[in-house]
Design a protein around this ligand. Structure first.
Ligand code: MG
Length: 272
C-alpha cells in the first residue's frame, strides 16, 4: 500500500490496528507508482482469520430461482426465509481476483458463480445493534461465492459445496466505508464469457447489512477482518432451465460499483 507501512503487514494487519494506521494512510498524498501490469493482485485478505460468513437466499428473485431449481435441500422452497441463512466458507477457498478457479472434476460436475458484496468488519464486538452496525464496518470488497451445486445438494449442509480450493475469488480492491456512503446504491453484476447474468442492487437485500451484523454478532464475537458475503442476486447458473453451469475455460467476471471488477477463468481439466 505504501512504504510507510511495515513490510509484509497486509490488509488484515492494517485493519486490526486501524486506529494506528487510519490517520497515517489518510495523510499519504502520493502512493508508489506501480503499474497494475507490473504487479500481481492478491485477494485483499488472502488468508482470513476464520471462515467467511456467507448469507444464502438474501435477494427475493434468487430465493425463487433457487427454490425452483430443486437444489435447496432438505426442503424445496420458494418462500422467503424468516431469518438470515448463514453458513461458512472455508478460508482455504480464497483466491485472487484474476486467478484461475479450479474445476475439481474429480468431485464436482456442477460449477456455479455467485456475485456478492463482501462486508469487511473493522471494530469487533458482540451484541452489536442495528443502529451501531456501521460503526463496526471497515469496508467492502467483491466476493464470488463460487459453488459446487452437486455437493451443495448432496451433503445437505453447504460447507463442502461452498469451500473447494480457489472457490472464493476476492477483490480486486478493498474499499474503506467512507468511500461508500450508501451501500444500498451499489450495483452487483456478473458475466460469463461476456454474457450478462446477474444485475442486482444491494438495497434489494432481504436482510440488510445492519441486520446481518446484529444477527451474527448476537452470540458470536465478530473480529476485525471478518468478512460477511451478503448474498447473491438472481441470475446464477441454476436459475436457468436447464441449468447453465460454468465449464472449464469459461470466464466469470463480477463487478460492483466502485469496487472494481474481478475476472477469473475456470481452469482447464488437467489430465490425470
Ligand atoms: Mg452465496
Amino acid at each position: 500500500m505504501t512504504s510507510q507501512l511495515p513490510e509484509g503487514l497486509g490488509l488484515l494487519g492494517v485493519i486490526e490496528s486501524w486506529e494506528k494506521y487510519e490517520s497515517l494512510l489518510q495523510g499519504v498524498s502520493e502512493l508508489p507508482e506501480l503499474s497494475l501490469e507490473d504487479v500481481k493482485l492478491l485477494a485483499p485478505i488472502p488468508v482470513p482469520r476464520r471462515d467467511i460468513f456467507c448469507v444464502g437466499k438474501n435477494y427475493r428473485e434468487h430465493v425463487v430461482e433457487f427454490g425452483r431449481s430443486g437444489y435447496d435441500t432438505p426442503e424445496r422452497s420458494e418462500e422467503l426465509p424468516e431469518a438470515p441463512v448463514v453458513f461458512p466458507k472455508a478460508t482455504t477457498s480464497v483466491t485472487g481476483p484474476f486467478d484461475d478457479i479450479e474445476a475439481h472434476p474429480a468431485v464436482t460436475q456442477e460449477l456455479d458463480y455467485e456475485a456478492e458484496l463482501g462486508v469487511i468488519i473493522g471494530k469487533g464486538g458482540r451484541g452489536i445493534s442495528r443502529e451501531d452496525a456501521f460503526d463496526h464496518v471497515w469496508g467492502y470488497t467483491i466476493i464470488d461465492d463460487f459453488t459446487a451445486r452437486d455437493l451443495q445438494r448432496k451433503h445437505k449442509q453447504w460447507l463442502l459445496g461452498k469451500s473447494l480450493d480457489t472457490h472464493c475469488p476476492m477483490g480486486p480492491y478493498a474499499v474503506t466505508k467512507d468511500e461508500v456512503p450508501d451501500p444500498g446504491a451499489l450495483r452487483v453484476q456478473s458475466w460469463v464469457n461476456g454474457e450478462a447474468r446477474q444485475d442486482g442492487q444491494v438495497s434489494d437485500l432481504i436482510f440488510d447489512i445492519p441486520e446481518l451484523i446484529s444477527t451474527i454478532s448476537a452470540g458470536i464475537t465478530l473480529l476485525p477482518g471478518d468478512i460477511i458475503a451478503t448474498g447473491t442476486p438472481a441470475g446464477v447458473g441454476i436459475g436457468f432451465n436447464p441449468p447453465r453451469f460454468v465449464q472449464p475455460g469459461d470466464i466469470v467476471e463480477i463487478s460492483i460499483t466502485g469496487l472494481g471488477t474481478q475476472r477469473n477463468q475456470v481452469g482447464a481439466v488437467v489430465p490425470a
